[in-house]
Ligand binder design. Sequence first.
Ligand SMILES: [Zn+2]
Length: 281
Amino acid sequence: MAPNALLPRNRRHVSLVLMALVVAIFVPLTGCKTVAGTGRSQLNFMSTDEEMSLGRDAYQTELADAKLITSGPQWEEVKAVCVRITNAANRMYPEATADFEWEYKLVDDPNTINAWCLPGGKIAIYTGLLKAADTPDRLAAVVGHECAHAIARHGGERMSQNMAAQVVLTGAAAGLSFAELSPAAQQGAMAAFGAGTQYGVLLPFSRTHESEADEIGLYVAAAAGYDPRQAIELWKNMAAMGGEKPAEWMSTHPSDETRIARLTELMPKAMKIYEENGGKP
Ligand SMILES: [Zn+2]
């Protein structure tokens, strides 16, 4: 039974009316933000402080038992790519990244083909990923893509969408700032954060988020001086790995062919950025 069905009809009615009011009045005032880089409007009730604090907590939780690599050639390569990508992101999106506390970790886990970047710029790369991202240019494509999720505030947007749903489900329209939500509603929103074991699993992003991260990530990598054409080679490598791919790279996401076709369309602009930043055509 849907939780809403438990409410008397008039309360359900009230919660729907409240939701309509929230959408009509509150969302245009404070809930709508514009995504840096693409200009898309997004629903986001989270303040940057709230996102950053959740990002920090989730980073600690998620990496608590991880075996980190902090020296050697793999670490040096990951560090070099992360430094250049995050510097380029700061240059390209100074407002969106103003409060970021960039941090990157390499996790010794050859069976996990994954990487992620939490709100506020907390990056993790698993050694398994280096099988597909087997050159600095290809690694830069992944790191650019992950950082783009944080730059575009996809985590906060996903939470906000879930918060709006919680308001309808619980009838609790008392407040739409995260701190004012009931613990149950906070937990529901946290599940949408998808930021670690404490909150469930690393949930896949929506198709819109994935396409947006591909686009922003491609330009950031190019601005960092990495060959954007290698993003296509990376996704071909990923495609060849088939079933090994974790949630971040599959399910609701564009198929590898769609993704590659779209990257090809974006390539002229990416090449222009690349050449302006010292890249060779
Ligand atoms: Zn992604």
